[in-house]
Design a protein around this ligand. Structure first.
Ligand code: MLT
Length: 262
């Protein structure tokens, strides 16, 4: 499905019935990275999976995409769909967008699941690497980004089929989208000061082999969010929802009713 929102065309899936869930994807992927969750959740929930601006079938306008831009896009999408509040699940970059949504559209967030993400901003070195990668994308294309990123996105034991799926998702993305999101992530603010004020039920999920946003960061984040639940997924790297979908789905499905989303 598609909608024209905030001056761009946004592609999304909206399936199932029940309490609304909004699933926000990682960089540099698309909403279809959630296909294994959609199947597990759609029998109980209304599951909304947008392609964030710059990714999948959504438009990729020139320039930098701040996490605030992306949060405003998904808030406008929820309004367009008549959804007042949703349980928001964000993985990695999707988590950065979820923090921005929490700050800017607090009343729309019924519960938060923060997967393989971090609250902190980029270091100076991290920002420089983003710019290097944005230029790499612009000069050499998405395949160069895929080659650089895939080994870090999944655990060493991840299957070739999963790596192939990631490759296909990444190379389908527009170069303007990849570069725009990299530059937007580089300027995102530190969300750590927000953590103690998160007053909705929160689940923190992390793959035990996540080298990009490692378990100790997830633990530190969970420790600062009042009443949060932390789930560690063995055998998973950064993309824990794709690598260990059964465990990821079980974590969501057991937490959502406890979080009052049922
Ligand atoms: C992601 O998976 O969304 C990215 O690794 C996030 C990042 O580069 O900070």
């Amino acid at each position: 499905m598609e909608a024209n929102l905030n001056g761009i065309r946004v592609r999304y899936e909206d399936v199932g019935e029940g309490p609304a869930m909004l699933l926000l994807h990682a960089f540099p992927l698309a909403g279809s990275m959630w296909r294994r969750q959609i199947e597990a959740l759609r029998g109980h929930y209304r599951v909304i999976t947008p392609d964030l601006r710059g990714f999948g079938g959504s438009d990729a306008p020139p320039g930098l995409y701040s996490m605030d831009d992306m949060a405003d896009d998904v808030a406008t999408l929820l309004q367009h769909l008549g959804v007042q509040r949703a349980a928001v699940v964000g993985l990695s970059m999707g988590g950065y967008v979820a923090f921005a949504l929490w700050r800017r559209h607090t009343d729309m967030v019924a519960a938060l699941a923060l997967a393989d993400t971090r609250a902190g901003a980029d270091s100076e070195e991290g920002r420089a690497t983003r710019e290097t990668n944005a230029r790499l994308a612009e000069e050499q294309g998405a395949a160069a980004i895929a080659a650089r990123m895939i080994p870090n996105l999944v655990a060493p034991t991840a299957s070739q089929a999963l790596r192939d799926e990631l490759q296909a998702l990444i190379v389908a993305n527009a170069l303007l989208g990849i570069a725009g999101a990299l530059r937007g992530m580089a300027i995102r603010p530190d969300s750590t000061p927000d953590l103690p004020g998160i007053r909705v039920p929160t689940l923190v999920i992390v793959g035990e082999e996540d080298g990009l946003t490692p378990p100790h960061e997830a633990e530190a984040m969970a420790a600062q969010i009042p009443g949060s639940t932390l789930v560690r997924i063995p055998g998973a790297g950064h993309l824990s929802n794709m690598e260990r979908p059964d465990e990821f789905n079980a974590a969501l499905l057991s937490w959502l009713p406890r979080a009052g989303v049922a």
